[in-house]
Write a protein that binds this ligand. Structure first.
Ligand SMILES: NC(=O)c1ccc[n+]([C@@H]2O[C@H](COP(=O)([O-])OP(=O)(O)OC[C@H]3O[C@@H](n4cnc5c(N)ncnc54)[C@H](OP(=O)(O)O)[C@@H]3O)[C@@H](O)[C@H]2O)c1
Length: 413
């Protein structure tokens, strides 16, 4: 366990300012990328209205919840955003979420921290009304069930981990004591995993899993001959990359990644075949990769617009400009400004697919559960911030100012 302190070391490559806003718009396509400026919003989405009405309703209405704890207490602690420019409100009187028929209520034990959590407040996007709650993933225990949930599959006290890709519905956010989530999209936490382990998984797993899904790799039937195709990952020590390379190895890819030398051994422990030091400069990076790889078939950039442009350049250099076989490229953070060559197919990842297409999401939960059980997937290492909601604030500040390096920041309640 590491006790974190706030520092002001700014990562040299951190995407900033206008680039972050552009990236946010990439991550939250229109109309979700609409920047909201007013305290009370006239253009609140219909989804958000439903959530707000539901909150008001739930304060009046008596709920039929199974957990005795909840019968005694109708409010919960939450890290509330009251306005973009106000400090976080550590609120002990926030209403807890009303359950829909297929949902379960999770009591969060440990939450994962993501860049979008601090960026959304700072750069004023993906927050649709006030008071607002962020938080996209957690681990915890089941405390109650909606009317259509089979409670034998997810009994009370079942240890679980979850991811919330429903950015507009704050009932599903995790920076609060209790989260409502669709029961079909809940993973049981493997017995050997701690709650901290569980909180590292959701966003990285679903983001990388949806990338592979969009490329047509979604089940054990999609495995290819070992090392018959090569995948390039720029930013190999990012959390998303560490999950992506585990999927890549499972499906049969050779994986090369660009990351800091200090993290090379750790990255290789996730199956990565070659780690090239990101500080070497493009020419040297290209020379090393070219000597080891004949063709880059798939590429994932996990860092910035600048590195997505370098990834594209690397694909062209390694494959040759006259290459007539297609390569597939996902810039996770920001699209390159450069023109995309005909032999490169660029795609976007829409992690919302996970909850919008319940069948897809459910299949992904079952598939990835089997990979955890068989040891094909493992959680990344973590740094824990303590102190409940205050720990989340400390962790987000450190994520913004210093950045994580080959580890996931989590905060325990
Ligand atoms: N589009 C989506 O749906 C979606 C979903 C999830 C995340 N994201 C975005 O994806 C990005 C990654 O997220 P994350 O949580 O996985 O990030 P993270 O773990 O915080 O990534 C930090 C890592 O980036 C590496 N890095 C920084 N500059 C680099 C460079 N020039 N070359 C290579 N590596 C570099 C650092 O490597 P070293 O420490 O080794 O130097 C560090 O380990 C974030 O921008 C996030 O907002 C997008």
């Amino acid at each position: 366990m590491v006790t974190a302190t706030t520092t002001s070391i700014i990562s040299e490559d951190r995407t900033r300012g206008a680039d972050i806003l552009k990236k946010a718009k990439d991550e939250f396509p229109t109309p979700e990328s609409t920047v909201v400026k007013k305290r009370r919003l006239s253009s609140v989405s219909s989804d958000s209205e439903v959530v707000e009405k539901s909150f008001k309703k739930q304060q009046k209405k008596s709920l039929n919840l199974s957990a005795p704890l909840l019968e005694r207490s109708r409010s919960q602690s939450a890290l509330v955003i009251t306005h973009f420019d106000d400090p976080y409100d550590l609120n002990k009187e926030h209403p807890y979420p009303e359950l829909r028929p297929y949902e379960v209520l999770i009591k969060n034990k440990v939450v994962g921290l993501n860049h979008v959590d601090w960026k959304a407040k700072k750069f004023k996007f993906a927050i649709y009304s006030f008071p607002w709650v962020n938080g996209r993933e957690s681990s915890g225990v089941v405390v109650s069930h909606g009317t259509k949930v089979d409670d034998t599959k997810l009994p009370v006290n079942q240890r679980v981990f979850i991811v919330s890709t429903s950015y507009r519905d704050i009932r599903t956010s995790t920076f609060q004591e209790y989260t409502a989530i669709d029961s079909r999209l809940v993973w049981k936490l493997p017995g050997s995993f701690s709650f901290e382990n569980g909180a590292t998984i959701g966003v990285g797993l679903v983001t990388s899993g949806m990338a592979f899904h969009s490329w047509g790799y979604a089940s054990s039937n999609d495995r290819i001959e070992k090392n018959s195709k090569t995948m390039l990952i720029w930013g190999g020590s990012s959390v998303v990359a560490l999950y992506a390379m585990q999927f890549a190895k499972y499906f049969g890819f050779k994986v090369v990644s660009i990351a800091s030398e200090k993290n090379a051994e750790y990255i290789k422990s996730f199956g990565c075949d070659l780690v090239v030091d990101r500080h070497l400069g493009f020419e040297k990076i290209e020379e090393i990769i070219h000597s080891e790889v004949k063709h880059i078939d798939y590429a994932l950039d996990c860092v910035s617009r600048e590195t997505s442009e370098l990834s594209l350049k690397l694909i062209q250099k390694v494959n040759g400009e006259d290459d007539d076989s297609k390569s597939y490229f996902i810039p996770l953070v920001a699209k390159p400004k450069a023109e995309i060559p005909k032999n490169v197919q660029m795609e976007e990842v829409f992690i919302k697919k996970f909850h919008e297409d319940i069948k897809l999401g459910e299949e992904f939960v079952n598939f990835s559960t089997s990979l955890f059980e068989n040891g094909n997937l493992k959680p990344v290492r973590h740094r824990t911030f303590h102190g409940g909601l205050k720990g989340i604030v400390d962790g987000l500040l450190q994520l913004e100012e210093k950045g994580a390096s080959a580890e996931k920041y989590v905060a325990s309640f």
